[in-house]
Write a protein that binds this ligand. Structure first.
Ligand SMILES: C[S@@+](CC[C@H](N)C(=O)[O-])C[C@H]1O[C@@H](n2cnc3c(N)ncnc32)[C@H](O)[C@@H]1O
Length: 221
């Protein structure tokens, strides 16, 4: 069941997140095709083999394009968490390996230790809770497990512009990918990849001014 916390119990930052998605009757799901994800997005951090036989937990997974990719790659089980249950419903799939965990990632029960935790375009929403959330990743991942995420890179002027052009309730905080990586180091992770890129433009890979986004891949020691 989705959690429905008392209005007073919700912190001000989470209220902004909930406000952004208040039009729950009109969730639209336009997934990026799997082959484009593999070649244009994921290539610098992982290949489909990486997900085979793994238990995967995706944080902020409502409307995620990656759900078919993880299942087609042969993952063992896939848990989709999101604070907005209607966003999970929009990208739901009929597969016995697919399970939903609606609610705030900071408070949900996790039924088993994942091998991989993934977050796509979510961390920039959760910067005020970064330390708490990375500590939770460190607790719940299996030893040797991997966290990876894709987020805007605010050293790129185009990403900075997009942040302020977005006039909806906006929980996005500017943050440095390097400080972000250091938070993982402090919680016992080894950083395996920290890569800026603009998807579809391979010549931007590794360039912190031209890459609109960045990947982080961190392994629990
Ligand atoms: C920009 S969307 C990205 C969605 C999806 N990952 C994708 O790639 O399309 C951010 C998602 O994070 C979810 N979210 C925000 N705060 C959350 C929290 N505390 N716990 C779980 N999900 C959260 C939002 O509901 C939203 O679905």
């Amino acid at each position: 069941m989705a959690q429905s916390p008392n209005e007073q119990d919700i912190d001000d930052h989470t209220k902004i997140i909930l406000k952004r998605y208040e039009d729950r009757a009109n969730v639209t799901y336009n997934p990026v095709p799997t082959d484009i994800l593999i070649h244009n997005y994921l290539a610098p951090v992982a290949s489909p083999d990486f997900f085979r036989d793994k238990v995967i937990l995706e944080v902020g997974a409502g409307c995620s394009s990656y759900i078919p990719l993880f299942l087609q790659s042969g993952c063992k089980r896939y848990y989709a968490n999101d604070i907005i249950p209607e966003r999970l419903a929009a990208s739901r799939v009929d597969d016995p390996r697919y399970h939903e965990l609606p609610g705030d990632f900071r408070t949900i029960d996790i039924p088993e230790q994942p091998d991989i935790i993934f977050a796509n375009l979510v961390r920039m929403f959760l910067i005020p809770f970064l330390d708490e959330i990375v500590a939770r990743f460190a607790r719940i991942l299996k030893p040797g497990g991997v966290f990876f995420s894709y987020d805007p890179n605010y050293f790129c002027p185009l990403s900075m512009y997009r942040r302020f052009a977005d006039r909806k309730a906006n929980p996005v905080r500017l943050f440095s990918p390097f400080r972000y990586a250091n938070t993982f180091r402090r919680h016992g992770f080894e950083i395996e990849k920290l890569v800026p890129l603009t998807a579809k433009y391979p010549w931007t890979v590794g360039n912190w001014l031209l890459g609109t986004s960045f990947w982080l891949r961190a392994r629990k020691k």
